[in-house]
Design a binder for this molecule. Structure first.
Ligand code: BT5
Length: 328
């Protein structure tokens, strides 16, 4: 009933009388009033006037199915699991991935106590000012081709933000979302596979939305961006998440259709890596070169000083001029 009342108030975009609500939904006016109060407790701002009735004027920024909406027929985000607190949405997504959850299930959390980056690094996500979520995918791809999913996910994030806010972000290979010269977000892709077969992939996305600079740990203060720091305004996480899930569905469909070239072309359009001087730091070596392109399997092609080309599949890539890399 509460859902129906909310739906009616959203549709009307103006006052609806208590009588109209009680008649159309077949409940008493006292029942309507009770549900309205419950909605208010959940953060919906509903004005009331004895003559005109009720009017919805503000939505809470909650990340469950009430405010995060996906178009009919969309698979990504059709199932949403939301937590107030969790260790890591990727951990939970892997658990339900193992248990057989449907393709496209999305796990969100207000706060993570153990948000993870790559190779055991920490991801600061101890407050509800960002978007911390994971998507479970069941792609029919060979395990070697999964790296391209991280690139596709970065494109989905950038295009989702353009769609909702008309703000242009960049992508730093392989998994950073950049705004200005700082890190706005990151992607952690994890895989469960057997030889030749992918069981599931978890794409974990962390995106800073409404943080002020004091919300970041000391060591991140010069490196981290948030959409609020960039625009000076607070943004709806639910709307941004809905936009990203929609663009994710689009790019994932391209991936399954074998349109890898088109995905790389999109990625190149947003890349802040290609054409720049990069410092590659892997377990074995460290060198400086120029990022040339991204290969169809998602590897970064780097031209070294001596003219040789090297393909980088993992390790740390620093891009000159970004997040503190200045050449000494
Ligand atoms: C990443 O790792 O950038 C991937 C981050 C993925 C986080 C999401 S949140 C939902 C899901 N659940 C999880 O547990 N994880 C995923 P990496 O490239 O390794 O970058 C990690 C580095 O980014 C850290 O060492 C810090 O320097 C920096 N960092 C940490 N928290 C940050 C934040 N909130 N904003 C910007 N930079 C941050």
């Amino acid at each position: 009933m509460k859902k129906l009342i909310l739906h009616t108030l959203k549709e009307k975009q103006g006052y609806v009388s208590g009588e109209e609500l009680s008649n159309s939904l077949g409940v008493s006016r006292t029942a309507v009033w009770k549900h309205i109060n419950e909605l208010r407790k959940e953060g919906y701002i509903i004005e009331s006037s004895s003559k005109k009735g009720y009017r919805l004027t503000g939505l809470p920024d909650i990340l469950d199915g009430r405010e995060v909406s996906v178009p009919d027929g969309q698979q990504i985000g059709r199932e949403l699991v939301h937590f107030a607190d969790i260790d890591s949405t990727n951990n939970y997504a892997k658990k339900i991935g193992n248990d057989g959850c449907p393709h496209g299930t999305v796990v969100t959390a207000e706060r993570q106590t153990l948000g993870r980056g790559r190779v055991g690094r920490l991801w600061q996500s101890d407050n509800s000012r960002g978007l911390w979520f994971s998507i479970v995918l069941r792609p029919d791809l060979e395990p070697e081709k999964v790296q391209i999913i991280t690139l596709a996910a970065s494109v989905a994030v950038v295009e989702g933000i353009i769609e909702v806010l008309d703000i242009n972000c960049g992508i730093k290979w392989p998994n950073d979302i950049i705004l200005g010269s700082c890190k706005l977000g990151g992607i952690l892709t994890e895989l469960s596979a057997e030889p030749g077969h992918v069981n599931y992939v978890v794409v974990g996305i962390g995106l800073n939305i409404n943080q002020d600079s004091g919300d970041f740990d000391q060591e991140l203060q010069d490196k981290a961006a948030s959409l609020k720091l960039f625009t000076g305004k607070t943004h709806s996480r639910a709307k941004i998440l809905s936009g990203i899930l929609k663009s994710f569905e689009k790019i994932y469909t391209m991936l399954l259709a074998g349109e890898t070239r088109q995905i790389i072309d999109k990625w190149n359009k947003y890349s802040v890596t290609v054409g720049k001087e990069v410092r590659i730091i892997s377990r074995e070596v460290e060198y400086i070169g120029t990022a040339q392109s991204v290969a169809l399997d998602g590897k970064l092609v780097v031209k070294c000083k001596d003219g040789t080309l090297r393909e980088v599949s993992s390790g740390e890539v620093q891009v000159r001029g970004l997040m503190g890399y200045a050449r000494d």
